[in-house]
Each structure stands twice: as structure tokens, then as C-alpha cells.
Design a protein around this ligand. Structure first.
Ligand SMILES: [Cu+2]
Length: 483
């Protein structure tokens, strides 16, 4: 009894002292931290910065002390691929778009050796958003072809920063690919993750339209109008797909350093099939959690982190979605590993859904049973136009021209004109797999059209008697026979 009381008292006293010590200690620590402002932070030793081409990043800085860091970078102007069969003369930092990733820490003294290859046609410079000083180093780094300039700065603020060329005309130098990222780690580094990658979006303006083959020149007019032909990750269409896809394994944590070089467009960065567990908003110290899409300004960046729980292809996009599917802003992160049905069950069933009523008001009874009275040609044409507008126009377009690479034309379609019964089949039962229409290959899916036999006859008659087709008339009976 007595003993236990004593122990209790001892404990309380112990707590009191512990609390006192903790208080003292933490205030000490605060005093030390306050002294460590980056400006007066001492540097220890000297080393050369590891530089990496995208999508890779140098090893973490972590706990190393501030140091004198030598950065070597070279401007190279060269022709590279923009898209299949399309090339462009890029102006680059170290030969890639975006340029090499620079990794440093707060308090480092950077000695920047900036070189311009003798084969370059123009002078260039570098404006690093991580620099506190005039032009972010632009004037101090300005260098003619075949020269090197050296300048120094101290990294004052941790964060992820864009660098870019700032030689006049600035917009043109950026539009030609002159941008990249520099990461300034905070004291002690960033929390460790399993995979880190470097992704940077950019918009490109070419004399020819998107996909026009050959060497494409820069279009100042389109750039001024912000009318981009290509919006891409890592410098080209396919910069992060196929062999260039990023990879990770189920269970790993992934950190993406995402920049936007612009020159014009703001990116609505999104990964289809993931949620960002963490976003370092705008590349700064503020962390947001559970984010679907993060805005990355032109000349800005963000760090996003997520754990990959299930296998499959995650799709990196600018969610201004035509840029992704029509201009190139699409990348793949391939996740391999065991299925994880607890997190994602996948499709477990598919069955017929028939509520028994039709929203479009199409009569159901004509599909089964006897024939209703055959319409006259004029009636078919009128009815057919209505059915077409309601059911087909969205894909095949008002003029029957279709959409290249997606929906085949019905106008002057050799496929359509060759075989009426096949055409009826397509409309009644849908169509998937590869077909050729007027010499172009389509490999897509047309859904089964749930319309009455009478309407199939009308719409096909309408299609056959328009847009240069062979003027066949389709009857209910013909439709009924196709099973
Ligand atoms: Cu430049």
C-alpha cells in the first residue's frame, strides 16, 4: 500500500521534471532553428551535382549538410521527334526536353557553369525560379554559342522550381523546349518513397497542323494565339507511353515531380485511376491531401504522391481532355503485381438491362411479330432523317462524313454500298473489330442500335439515298430476314 503510494508520487515528480526538460529542450531547439536561416547557413565541402534526363531524378539529398554544389549544364539545339513522322528543332538544356533535373538543398551554394554548344545558332541564358536575385540569373548566365558563363547563388527557399531560358523572344525560347525543374530539398530532406519520377508538360506550335509530317517550323502566330498543335509530357507525343512508360509495383509509394513549362497553357494534372494522397501545392510547403486533379500553372510545378494499390495502367493526363486524347498530353504509369480485389473488384457481372420503356419514344412492338405497313419512299426518307439525327449523327456526323480514326464515313462508303445485308446487320447487332472503309482502317465498336425493324429500314434507306451512296431502298422485310 505504502509502497505504491510512494511510486505514484515518484511518478508524478518524474513527469514534472520530464515536462520541464522537454520544455527547455524544445525551446533550445527552436533557438537553434531560428539561427539557421539559409543566408548564414555554413557550407561544408564541395561536390558536383548529379544531373539526370527525364523521367529520372538524382538521388535524394536527404540529411547531408549544405555544401558548395557545382552544376554543369549545356545548351544544345537539335532536331528530335515530336510525333510519329513529325520532327522539330528543339532548343534544350542538356539535350532533352525538359532539361536535366537539378537536385539541391536549402542553404547550398550553387556554382553554375552554363555552356552554349559551339554549333548553336543563338545565345541563351537561364532563369531559375529557385534563385533570389535579378532575373533568376538570366543576365549573369547569358552566353553566346561556344562560350561558358559561371555564376553563383544560394538556395534560400525549399521547394520545386521551374527553370527556363529568358532570352528574347522569351516565349519562343520556352516554346522550343527550354525549361526544366530544380528541386531544393528542405533541411533533413523529403520523406523517403519507393519511386520518384520527373514529368513536365509543354505546349508546341507548328506551321503544319497536328500530325502533318516532316520537319515542322515554329509558328509565332499560333503561339501568340495560344492555339497549340501539341500539348505533351516530356517533350513529345508518346514521351511517357510505350517503352517510355513509367513503372511501379503494387504496394509502392510514388512521387512525381510535375512541372509545366508552358509557354501558354495551364495544366489540370490528373492520374486516371489514382487519387493523390498528398500534393505539395504549387511545389511549396503546403500539403493538400486526397486530391483528384491539381492545377499546375505555366512556369510552375507540383509534387504529387500516391501509393499504388492495384495493378494496371494508370494514365497521366492534362484533364483539359482534348489535349490528352488529341494533342498528346497523355502518359502511362504501368503498375505490376498481384490483383487486390479488396481495393478494386473489377467487373463481376454484365446483364441485360431493359426497363421496358423507351426514352426516345421508339415503338417496341415492331421489332417482334408481324410487319407494319411498308412506308412509301418519301415517308422513309423523312422518318429516316429523324432516326438518323437521333441515333447516328453523334458518331457519323450530320453529313455522314464520320470522324477520322474514330467513326467511319457513311458518305460514299464502299463498305456500305457493297452489301446491304451486312449494313442491316451492323445497325441491328452492332459491329466490333477491324474493318476498312474507303481504304482507311477502323478498329472500334459500334453499339447495337435498339430501334425497330421499320426504323432500321428507314434510316438505311435515308443513308443509301444521300451523300453519294448507291440509292438502295431497304424494306422492313429485308431487315426482318437478317438474324
Ligand atoms: Cu534560349
Amino acid at each position: 500500500m505504502k509502497n505504491s503510494k510512494k511510486t505514484k508520487k515518484g511518478l508524478i515528480v518524474g513527469f514534472f521534471f520530464a515536462a520541464l526538460f522537454a520544455g527547455l529542450f524544445s525551446s533550445c531547439e527552436k533557438a537553434v532553428a531560428a539561427k539557421e536561416d539559409p543566408e548564414s547557413m555554413k557550407v561544408y565541402g564541395e561536390s558536383e551535382a548529379e544531373m539526370t534526363a527525364p523521367p529520372f531524378v538524382p538521388r535524394p539529398v536527404g540529411k547531408r549538410a549544405a555544401t558548395k554544389l557545382i552544376v554543369n549544364m549545356e545548351v544544345i539545339e537539335k532536331e528530335m521527334e515530336m510525333s510519329d513522322g513529325v520532327t522539330y528543332v528543339y532548343w534544350t538544356f542538356d539535350g532533352t526536353v525538359p532539361g536535366s533535373f537539378i537536385r539541391t538543398r536549402v542553404g547550398d551554394e550553387i556554382e553554375f557553369h552554363f555552356k552554349n554548344h559551339p554549333d548553336s545558332k543563338l545565345p541563351h541564358n537561364i532563369d531559375l525560379h529557385a534563385v533570389t536575385g535579378p532575373g533568376g540569373g538570366a543576365e549573369s548566365s547569358f552566353v553566346a554559342p561556344g562560350h561558358e558563363s559561371v555564376f553563383t547563388f544560394k538556395t534560400m527557399n525549399p521547394g520545386l522550381y521551374v527553370y527556363h531560358c529568358a532570352t528574347a523572344p522569351v516565349g519562343m525560347h520556352i516554346a522550343n523546349g527550354m525549361y526544366g525543374l530544380i528541386l531544393v530539398e528542405p533541411e533533413g530532406g523529403l520523406p523517403p518513397v519507393d519511386k520518384e519520377y520527373y514529368v513536365m508538360q509543354g505546349d508546341f506550335y507548328t506551321e503544319g497542323e497536328n500530325g502533318e509530317r516532316g520537319l515542322q517550323a515554329f509558328s509565332m502566330e499560333k503561339a501568340v494565339n495560344e492555339d497549340a498543335d501539341y500539348v505533351v509530357f516530356n517533350g513529345k507525343v508518346g514521351g511517357l507511353t510505350g517503352d517510355n512508360a513509367l513503372t511501379a509495383k503494387v504496394g509502392e509509394t510514388v512521387r512525381l515531380y510535375v512541372g509545366n513549362g508552358g509557354p501558354n497553357l495551364v495544366s489540370s494534372f490528373h492520374v486516371i485511376g489514382e487519387i493523390f494522397d498528398k500534393v505539395y501545392v504549387e511545389g511549396g510547403a503546403m500539403i493538400n491531401e486526397n486530391v483528384q486533379t491539381t492545377l499546375i500553372p505555366a512556369g510552375g510545378a507540383a509534387i504529387v504522391e500516391f501509393k499504388v494499390e492495384v495493378p494496371g495502367n494508370l494514365v497521366l493526363v492534362d484533364h483539359s481532355i482534348f489535349r490528352a486524347f488529341n494533342k498528346g498530353a497523355l502518359g502511362i504509369l504501368k503498375v505490376e503485381g498481384e490483383e487486390n480485389p479488396k481495393v478494386f473488384g473489377g467487373k463481376i457481372e454484365e446483364k441485360v438491362y431493359n426497363p421496358g420503356t423507351s426514352v426516345s419514344g421508339v415503338t417496341e412492338e415492331a421489332t417482334e411479330g408481324g410487319l407494319s405497313a411498308e412506308m412509301s419512299m418519301a415517308e422513309k426518307m423523312e422518318r429516316g432523317k429523324q432516326v438518323y439525327t437521333q441515333n447516328c449523327l453523334a458518331c457519323h456526323q450530320a453529313t455522314g462524313a464520320g470522324i477520322p480514326n474514330a467513326f467511319p464515313p457513311l458518305a460514299s462508303s464502299d463498305y456500305l454500298n457493297k452489301d446491304v445485308h451486312r449494313a442491316i446487320e451492323v445497325v441491328k447487332f452492332g459491329l466490333t473489330g477491324e474493318i476498312q472503309v474507303n481504304g482507311n482502317v477502323y478498329n472500334s465498336a459500334m453499339p447495337k442500335q435498339n430501334i425497330s425493324d421499320e426504323d432500321v429500314a428507314a434510316v438505311l434507306t435515308y443513308v443509301y439515298n444521300n451523300w453519294g451512296n448507291n440509292k438502295s431502298e431497304v424494306t422492313q422485310e429485308m431487315v426482318k430476314k437478317v438474324k
